[in-house]
Write a protein that binds this ligand. Structure first.
Ligand SMILES: NC(=O)C1=CN([C@@H]2O[C@H](COP(=O)(O)OP(=O)(O)OC[C@H]3O[C@@H](n4cnc5c(N)ncnc54)[C@H](OP(=O)(O)O)[C@@H]3O)[C@@H](O)[C@H]2O)C=CC1
Ligand SMILES: Nc1nc(=O)c2c([nH]1)NC[C@@H]1CN(c3ccc(C(=O)N[C@@H](CCC(=O)O)C(=O)O)cc3)C=[N+]21
Length: 282
């Protein structure tokens, strides 16, 4: 069998960011206000520092202002909630991103819920999860939203397809399953307690790997012709899919890097400009 075609997230994300930059410039010209994303980081985990910096850099190239709030690792839930409430109330801030994970001593859910839904451009609040799941207007979780955009760009028909999502986190696995369900896929969630992961994956027409375990999904478990989305992003730019073996069986596959990662940031920027437009009343 021939090798899978690559789903090029870098190229699609570049087009989305260019469109977003035009919209940001237009909005700035019409209102005199630049769209602004606030990024909040607790602690100094090097990977998280890098991700947040990438997001800020991409904002700058798209003409979106960013404001960074760096909090010490010992920050309490109450302090973090207070910070997010004050950003939620600040009219100069249009979108808020709280970088996950925040540390075990903090109630991450309480922190997410302190983000005003109209500024939840990362799509992490209960309100966003609900609107996304019901197909109502609102903000989608960025990585899941980016994954669906990528599948659409490659004309992947999801209707009636068996989709297996490996992982069920609040910002990735669970919401991507809801988006696939909304597109009439038959969705199975797998997680750390799944009895036979290989058996589940072997049945999948579409696999989304969102685990955080390097190369967990192997080519031998990929159904020939399946579509494979690797959302994993492990140290050393390694995905959750064993690319070299999976590329031999899949029909379409995302590379790491250059697949899902850039789509996440493109979705974040796009939703920030949408949030700003709504808040500025245009
Ligand atoms: N490219 C991007 O933009 C982004 C990439 N990521 C990447 O995606 C991956 C997942 O991130 P995230 O969802 O935040 O991670 P979490 O650690 O929050 O969740 C991991 C999920 O995988 C499940 N899991 C763990 N081990 C296994 C296993 N051996 N078999 C089956 N399931 C397992 C867990 O199950 P259980 O629920 O039972 O514990 C959990 O549901 C990471 O590599 C992360 O870096 C994350 C966000 C954005
Ligand atoms: N609240 C929250 N929302 C997130 O969206 C979120 C988060 N927390 N915590 C951490 C993860 C990780 N994440 C990535 C985003 C882009 C790339 C990305 O663009 N990667 C490039 C490579 C970039 C490079 O390494 O040069 C690629 O895959 O091609 C990777 C990882 C978002 N996350």
């Amino acid at each position: 069998m021939s090798q899978a075609r690559l789903m090029d997230g870098t190229a699609l994300a570049r087009r989305i960011v260019e469109d977003t930059a035009r919209q940001a410039a237009d909005l700035t010209r019409r209102t005199g206000t630049q769209p602004c994303l606030a990024t909040v980081l607790v602690g100094e985990d090097p990977a998280s520092v890098t991700y947040v910096r990438m997001k800020q850099n991409r904002c700058r190239t798209a003409g979106i202002a960013s404001r960074h709030v760096a909090l010490p690792a010992r920050t309490t839930t109450e302090e973090l909630v207070a910070t997010l409430r004050s950003l939620s109330a600040d009219p100069a801030v249009h979108g808020i991103l709280l970088q996950h994970p925040v540390g075990d001593h903090i109630d991450e859910r309480a922190a997410f819920e302190a983000i005003a839904p109209e500024k939840d451009v990362d799509g992490v609040t209960f309100a966003s999860f609900a609107t996304m799941s019901f197909g109502l207007p609102g903000f989608v979780s960025c990585t899941p939203g980016g994954i669906l955009r990528l599948l659409d760009a490659y004309d992947v028909d999801l209707t009636g397809k068996r989709a297996v999502v490996v992982g069920r986190s609040a910002i990735l696995g669970k919401p991507v399953g809801m988006l696939l369900l909304a597109r009439d896929a038959t969705v199975t969630y797998c997680h750390s307690r799944t009895a036979d992961l290989s058996a589940a994956v072997r049945e999948a027409d579409v696999v989304v790997a969102a685990v955080g375990r390097p190369r967990l999904i192997r080519g031998q478990d990929v159904k020939p012709g399946a579509v494979v989305v690797d959302a994993g992003y492990n140290p050393g730019n390694v995905g959750d899919v064993d690319f070299d073996s999976a590329v031999e069986r899949a029909s379409l596959i995302t590379p790491v890097p250059g697949g899902v990662g850039p789509m996440t940031i493109a979705t974040l920027l796009e939703q920030t400009v949408t949030a700003a437009a709504r808040q500025l009343g245009v």
